[in-house]
Design a protein around this ligand. Structure first.
Ligand SMILES: Cc1cc2nc3c(=O)[nH]c(=O)nc-3n(C[C@H](O)[C@H](O)[C@H](O)COP(=O)(O)OP(=O)(O)OC[C@H]3O[C@@H](n4cnc5c(N)ncnc54)[C@H](O)[C@@H]3O)c2cc1C
Length: 392
């Protein structure tokens, strides 16, 4: 798969690696604190990424991005993912939202939300999940939006709205058509600026990780927005959510590859330098097994991810391919970081290496954008119903 890379992609990867390893990784400890200084560091890194022409490379070209094809971006995102903060620094964290707006936003919505998003001037958020009902079955969502004259009036309770307190707006998914025959046609997507009266941040929910530790619980108390803030068509909420989540899941998997590769490098370094029981760790069969299994899992996930990206480039929905890598990639990430921690012994659970932070982040991966079980269900149901497997 590496042999397929053009010289241009190789050069881009090499420039990105220089930026991520040379500029972003050395500043991770500053960003991790999530204070005012962290915000300044992120702005400095964003400016540097722009200066090096590494900004927003995967966003569609028509809206000011680099317009890289999915596959090329996959190969680049593997490098960006080496640092959990890479995606913020190079503007790729907002890609799923910019793709969604690019597909569905009206001209005024593009001006107001999409342009500043791609320029890195504002951050988005998305409100699907609600504490009272299972997020893995979004047809259960209870938030409502009712038309009153020329305004939508939104009432509901969301949580895990990532970036909730920093975002300029939230794409809120709400029930607008409870009488629609299909439960999938009952929901719509509405753009809600976060300074709208009634948008109440109850709290930033404490979680086990650091990155984007801004997972908010939010109440919508008679939130009124203009009718024109509807994104796409009324009743199209599920289609819009899927169009955002599909590419988003591939982006996650690509980043996870970068994280796993970095953990792998740390594991190899430690195995080559730590001495115990008469030899270096690298000479122990158990440790060699960790290295070999990790290499196999990373490469398998990598090929599966690139296969899914290729299917997306062909214009396919690639539902089976995406669900396969979502659960397989998340498990791979967990396994590789876990082994790297083990090889580091006590050092592995300290803040002196990035591994403990990476491990906590990796745990999220098996839940967000659909838990493992749901993705396994999608794959199994499709294949059992006679759907084509990815190799067919
Ligand atoms: C770090 C992080 C960031 C997030 N960011 C956002 C965000 O920005 N916006 C947003 O709207 N949401 C966000 N989420 C929420 C996330 O999408 C949901 O947590 C997820 O969809 C699962 O919903 P739930 O938590 O309600 O779990 P539930 O739906 O209650 O599921 C709980 C468990 O039940 C099991 N389960 C569920 N369905 C099945 C099944 N069919 N078969 C077998 N077992 C099953 C699984 O083990 C699952 O983990 C985020 C979550 C995390 C952890």
């Amino acid at each position: 798969m590496t042999a397929e890379m053009t010289d241009e992609v190789r050069q881009l990867r090499s420039a990105m690696k220089e930026f991520i390893d040379g500029e972003v990784i050395p500043r991770e400890h500053e960003i991790e604190r999530m204070d005012a200084h962290a915000g300044e560091v992120v702005e400095e890194l964003k400016a540097e990424a722009k200066r090096r022409n590494l900004w927003a490379l995967g966003h569609p070209a028509e809206i000011g991005g680099g317009g890289l094809p999915f596959m090329t971006f996959a190969l680049l995102n593997e490098i960006i993912g080496r640092s959990e903060y890479g995606q913020v620094a190079v503007g790729s964290m907002t890609m799923q939202d910019s793709i969604m707006l690019h597909l569905y936003a009206s001209p005024p919505q593009r001006e107001r939300f999409l342009k500043p998003l791609v320029a890195g001037e504002i951050s988005p958020s998305v409100g699907l999940t609600e504490p009272e009902v299972a997020g893995s079955d979004p047809t259960l969502m209870q938030t409502t939006a009712v038309l009153d004259g020329d305004e939508w009036v939104i009432n509901g309770h969301k949580w895990f709205t990532s970036n909730g307190s920093r975002a300029a707006y939230c794409t809120v998914f709400a029930k607008t058509d409870p009488d629609a025959a299909s439960k999938y046609a009952q929901f719509s997507a509405i753009l809600v600026p976060t300074d709208t009266p009634g948008y109440e941040i109850v709290r930033q929910v404490p979680t086990m990780g650091h990155v984007g530790g801004d997972h908010c619980e939010i109440r919508y108390n008679d939130v009124r927005v203009p009718r024109d803030n509807l994104l796409g068509e009324r009743g199209q909420g599920f289609t819009i959510a899927q169009r955002r989540l599909g590419p988003g899941r591939i982006f996650h998997c690509m980043r996870w590859l970068g994280q796993a590769q970095r953990a792998f490098e740390l594991m190899v370094e430690r195995a080559n330098s730590r001495w115990a029981h008469g030899s270096l760790l690298k000479d122990k069969g158990e440790i060699q097994r960790y290295v070999a299994e990790s290499a196999a899992e990373i490469q398998a996930a990598r090929l599966m991810t690139l296969d899914a990206a290729r299917a997306m480039d062909r214009g396919e929905q690639a539902r089976v391919e995406i669900s396969l890598i979502k659960f397989h990639g998340a498990q791979m990430l967990h396994n590789v970081i876990d082994r790297a921690i083990q090889v580091h012994g006590a050092l592995g659970v300290t803040g002196d290496t990035p591994l403990e932070r990476m491990y906590r982040e990796a745990r999220y991966a098996r839940i967000y954008d659909g838990p493992d079980e749901v993705h396994r269900m999608v794959v199994a149901r499709t294949l059992l119903a006679g759907g084509a497997p990815p190799w067919a």
